[in-house]
Unconditional design. Structure first.
Length: 355
């Protein structure tokens, strides 16, 4: 049994904690919070032991009537692996603490690649994390692009990938993010950081990315053009992507026209927090002209890295291979939507709704 702690019980941390708790080969020892806000109630409802992320703030928890099991140092002494889900930049500051406790750590994509020994994606770079002291699960956008480009490169070879990312301005709870009424290049330079980050996972795939930020909170949208080394067939590409368990082909006749409908679809399918762990590729957008493949995909920035974190824990702390880990993670979480309108059955396990 792999004993796991989650440092940071926020947007990603609460999802990772639930995912870890669902694994038959893992024990969620506890989670941390930096302050006694509403997040502690969700942790308490789920029966998670709560630790103070900053020991000097334990008095604030006591004043709020919140019982703590201990502080971060105590959690690190009790686990085999810690998953750092702190805000971007804080993970790097936490690194010396993990090193001092000799505790292997899984960082998130908001940190620079240099924070860890290797970057991680279950589809493209599992074994590189085997037994590492520190790994970094790449960002939501990089995770999605790696899942998409890996099978294309394996099957056809990728001569060049060009991706325009329309990014959400902030998560639903991030009231301090923007823009409010604008669409802005973010960054204005090309390529954006996403392409080089993909190359942390798929170093031999040429990819250029440009990014825009829009006043939405639901999901990111990618406009993808891939020049392949061999002539693809649209139907064959659809079949190839349909066989990828973490890619959901949105059926043409489903009436799902954007992120809002996708999130409602996920909620109706029983997904906790309306989470979509899969890339959502519009089936009707998959088209081929010569060796050029075009498609649109949506990426749920709050959720798609969650199964990757579970797989990263196994890569670091067990001898389970990639295929076995991905299959187990998919089974326990219910990853792998297959629309009944697309001729299949919905292939996921019902999980309790969020509080």
């Amino acid at each position: 049994m792999i004993r796991v702690g989650v440092n940071g019980y926020g947007t990603i941390g609460k999802r990772v904690a639930d995912a870890v708790a669902a694994q038959p080969d893992m024990e969620l020892v506890g989670v941390t919070k930096a302050s006694p806000d509403y997040g502690v109630e969700a942790a308490a409802r789920r029966g998670y032991d709560l630790y103070a992320a900053v020991e000097d703030r334990t008095d604030a928890f006591a004043a709020a009537g919140v019982d703590l099991t201990g502080a971060l140092d105590d959690l690190l002494d009790a686990v085999d692996v810690v998953v750092d889900c702190a805000p971007s930049g804080v993970g790097e500051r936490n690194a010396p603490v993990y090193e001092a406790h000799d505790t292997p750590v899984v960082f998130q994509g908001g940190e620079d690649a240099a924070v860890a020994e290797t970057s991680f994606n279950a589809r493209g770079r599992f074994e590189a994390a085997r037994g590492a002291d520190s790994v970094r699960v790449v960002s939501c956008n990089t995770t999605a692009l790696s899942r998409l480009l890996a099978p294309l490169d394996e099957t056809y070879g990728v001569e060049k990938a060009r991706v325009t990312l329309v990014r959400r301005g902030g998560d639903p709870s991030e009231t301090d993010r923007g823009p409010i009424n604008d669409i802005v290049p973010d960054p204005a330079t090309v390529p954006s950081h996403h392409g080089p980050d993909v190359n942390e996972i798929l170093p031999d795939v040429p990819v250029d990315t440009a990014a825009l930020k829009a006043p939405v909170t639901g999901m990111h949208t990618h406009s993808v053009n891939v020049t392949l080394e061999t002539d693809p067939d649209s139907a064959a590409v659809r079949d190839l992507l349909a066989d990828e368990s973490r890619i959901f082909l949105v059926p043409e006749g489903a009436g799902i026209d954007g992120a809002g409908a996708l999130k409602e679809y996920a909620a109706d399918a029983g997904r906790p927090r309306s989470d979509l762990w899969e890339n959502c590729v519009w089936e009707e957008s998959i088209s081929v002209s010569g060796r050029d493949l075009y498609l649109f995909q949506n990426v749920h920035q709050e959720a798609d890295v969650v199964p990757e974190n579970v797989d990263a824990v196994r890569a670091v702390a067990s001898d389970v291979d990639a295929a076995e880990s991905v299959a187990l993670t998919n089974e326990t979480l219910g990853v792998g939507l297959v629309s009944r309108l697309g001729g299949g059955d919905r292939a996921h396990v019902e999980l309790p709704a969020d509080d």
